[in-house]
Structure formats: structure tokens, C-alpha cells
Design a binder for this molecule. Sequence first.
Ligand code: TRP
Length: 336
Amino acid sequence: MSKTKVLTGITTTGTPHLGNYVGAIKPAIEQSWRDDIQSYYFLADYHALIKGRDPKRIHQSGLEIAATWLALGLDTDRVTFYRQSDVPEIMELNWIIGCMTAKGLMNRAHAYKAAVQANEEAGEKDPDKAVTMGLFCYPVLMAADILMFNAHKVPVGRDQVQHLEMARDIAGRMNHHYKTKFILPEAIVGENTAVLNGLDGRKMSKSYDNTIPLFCTEKKLLKLIRKIKTNSLEPGQPKDPDGCTLFQIFSAFANEAEIAEKRKQYEAGAGWGDLKNQLFEYVNAQLADARERYNTLIEDPAFIEAELKKGAEKARAEATPFIANIRKAVGISPFA
Ligand code: TRP
């Protein structure tokens, strides 16, 4: 049976939060147990340089994200779990496919367009002010990540769908011109996976600074849950669970019966204070074991490093012969 290859990366710029867990990491780990799927999960550390220039932060973020995957039970014998920068073949492919990528295609990338638009709105003379080549070429590097392992499916957030279309475009051009056999990858946007709201009710995201770190201390977790924005309805007044951030977070962790029960509590007029305490108890109980493993792992970077080295070896066992073929296809190979 040929397996479906599923690949995804997380940029190492922040500390994993509840939204990352529910929307990306948890479904990815569940999927990794399926026998018909071969998974590739990686730390996109070269991508991090596009967004951040604080070396300590990027280094620490990589450690935290790796520890998170491992603490949540990722089985590194089943999946290929690696750090992008440990697989230099990705960078070689990045250049090769970059030479097949139309600049006009990159002009249309929304991250770049958003930067240009912000400059125009600010009345800047240069629409490309503060735009680096890293930002501009970022969809090429992402395509290299994906095409390197011939992934069929790429779980991503909605904002990344355009990058998958670009990866398909690039793969198609390579195949057409050089007769390579790159798989055209497809985005999977989890229709059933929740997108969590953050403390202020907007989407939970490090760019809004409204996140709840996945493995913060119990005390901090309680404090942050108490900070979640609610309305001014008093205890005893019926409340609408739909659109309530507390209810939404609860629903991402609970089963159907528990969700129905919680809905009744809202309708019966439970107070915000009680609802918050209950949410804390519930989420905390589910995270407690993993948090303990996380804290142990963070204290043992050598163990994490060994796991990543093992992953890099596995990844390179595929990448090295693969890039040799690609180089040959484009005319770069030994003379004798
Ligand atoms: N760009 C992705 C994000 O910001 C992260 C990423 C980098 C990625 N390379 C990838 C995701 C390859 C999927 C496949 O979320």
C-alpha cells in the first residue's frame, strides 16, 4: 500500500499556545497514528528569520516547539520529525526552484502585498520599504519544504492556502520543463478543527498578543482564563454560549455530552466567575500530564537534540538521493 505523505511545519518564532495545539498540533499527532499516512513534521527555523531578528528568541522558540511535540506524545519512530536547517538539501532545492519561479507570481503573494499596502497607506515613497528578499521569496522556501519530500497533503491555516497553490504552480513548471516528477501538493484546511479565540475575543494569535501559552504554569493558566473577555451579564441571567470564548475553548477540549451539559449551564444563567473556574479545572486536568513531560523535556535539551538529529538522518536519507536526481535533471552533476 502506498501511503499518503502528510507534511507540515511550524515557524519557530513564538511559544506554542492553546490555539496552535487545538488547531494544528493535536490533529497532526492524531493523524500520525494512522497506518495509511506517512507524516513529516518540522521546525521551520529558516522561515523564522523572515519574521524575527532576535537570535535568542528564535533559538528558544525552536526548543519549546520541539518539546511541545514530544510532550504531547509524537512518536518519532513513526514520523519524520526534524529541523529544517538540519536538511541543507531543502536550501539547494529552494534555489533550483526559485530559478523556475516567476517573479510575477511572488508579486501576488499576500504577505508581500500586505507589506506593500501598509507602506502605501502610511504614505511611504518606497512601496517596498522594509521588505526583505526573505519575505518576498518566502513562498519559494515553503514550496521547497514541501516538494523536497513529495508531500501529497499539507495541513495549514487558511492564510497559507495561496502558498500551496504557488507550490503546485512551481512543481508544474519543473515537471513541464525538466520532466521531473514532483507531486502537486494539496492544502488541507481543517474544516472540523477549531480556530480558537484569544483573551480579547479576536483569533488567538501571537501577532495579537492575546494567547494562552499551552504549557504555562497552573497559576498563570487560571490568571489568563480569568482575563478572557466576557459580557456584563450577571449570575442568574441566561447567557448565549455561541460566540463566547470560554465556551469555544471548552468545546475544543470536551466531548459532545459535556458540551451539551455546558450549554445548559449557560442557559440556566451560570455566572462568569464560575464558568471561568470550571474551564480552568477542565483544561488544566487535560494538560497536566503533558505539562509535566514538557517541563522535564525543556530541562533536557540534549535529549531533544538527539531526537532531532535522528529525524534529520531520516529526512536526509530521502533528501540526499532526491536532490542528486534533481540536480542531474537541471544539468548540474559530475562530469565523470
Ligand atoms: N508558513 C507556514 C506558517 O506560517 C509554516 C511553514 C513553513 C509550513 N514551511 C511549511 C507549513 C511547509 C506547511 C508546509 O504557518
